[in-house]
Design a protein around this ligand. Structure first.
Ligand code: SF4
Length: 262
């Protein structure tokens, strides 16, 4: 069941991209219509150049979408398609959100789908990362709001009383030797990434922060895990620790994870 939901999630974002691609094709066809209409030589040259450029972009994008679907189905990517995939998935993300909005699809649903697609691409591409080069990056809203300890300065200031998910994340850090940072927002996240210099990140956040963080952190690969918000956004949130552990293992043992031998 979880697998079916996961597939449906990935499909939504790809569908938005395909619709966006179809829209670009319509514009390209419009340009070519203008090319073959009798008109001034200068306009004909301009429309020919623009129509040709647009078709090249569409082919590039189409290859990126094919590469993404292949990575989702087969669990690995073709290195020569990396640029097309990046262009299609990450740079066209705003277009996918826009298409979703036109179709009255909830923005968070498209964001969740983007995160699922990104996770699959990272899983397909990233090979065994040493645990000490993995950073668990998490927002401070995971901390109990009445906890007096300043864990954004140093996550290890947490006394591990067990009242919030920070406790479990530190346990995972001890178990696997990965780093942990608790941040108050994008700026501190960037500072921590610069300071800790991870080769891969397991990020915990809401849909909006995860999609922004995944794009901000590029070229560092990020596996996203959505937080849970029983008391609403940004307040006493929590995270499924099994999912975080699964993502760490995917980065440490990607070949085994990709081939289903775990
Ligand atoms: S586990 Fe306890 S001490 Fe640590 S951050 Fe959460 S509430 Fe504070």
């Amino acid at each position: 069941m979880a697998q079916i939901i996961e597939e449906a999630k990935k499909r939504l974002f790809l569908e938005m991209l395909l619709l966006g691609l179809a829209f670009l094709m319509l514009i390209a066809v419009g340009f070519w219509y203008l090319v073959f209409r009798p008109q001034h030589q200068l306009y004909q040259t301009i429309t020919t150049i623009m129509g040709s450029l647009l078709f090249i972009v569409i082919i590039f994008l189409g290859l990126g979408i094919i590469g993404t679907v292949y990575a989702i189905i087969k669990g690995h990517t073709f290195p020569f398609l990396q640029n097309s995939i990046r262009f299609a998935v990450y740079l066209l993300y705003p277009m996918a959100i826009y298409v979703g909005k036109m179709l009255d699809i909830e923005k968070e649903a498209v964001e969740r789908s983007f995160i699922a697609v990104n996770n699959q691409l990272v899983k397909a591409k990233v090979k065994g990362i040493p645990p000490q080069n993995i950073l668990i990056l998490t927002p401070h809203c995971l901390q109990k709001s009445d906890c007096p300890h300043k864990i954004t300065v140093n996550a290890w200031n947490c006394k591990q009383c067990g009242r919030c998910s920070i406790n479990g994340l530190l346990d995972l850090s001890c178990k696997y030797g990965v780093q942990v940072a608790v941040v108050t927002g994008g700026t501190l996240a960037r500072i921590m990434i610069k300071k800790m210099r991870p080769k891969a990140i397991v990020a915990v956040a809401c849909e909006r922060d995860l999609t922004a963080g995944i794009q901000d952190a590029y070229p560092i690969p990020v596996l996203g895990v959505l937080n849970m918000r029983p008391e609403g956004p940004c307040m006493n949130t929590s995270v499924n620790l099994d999912l975080v552990e699964e993502k760490i293992l995917e980065l440490v043992q990607p070949l085994a994870a990709a081939s289903g031998k775990r």
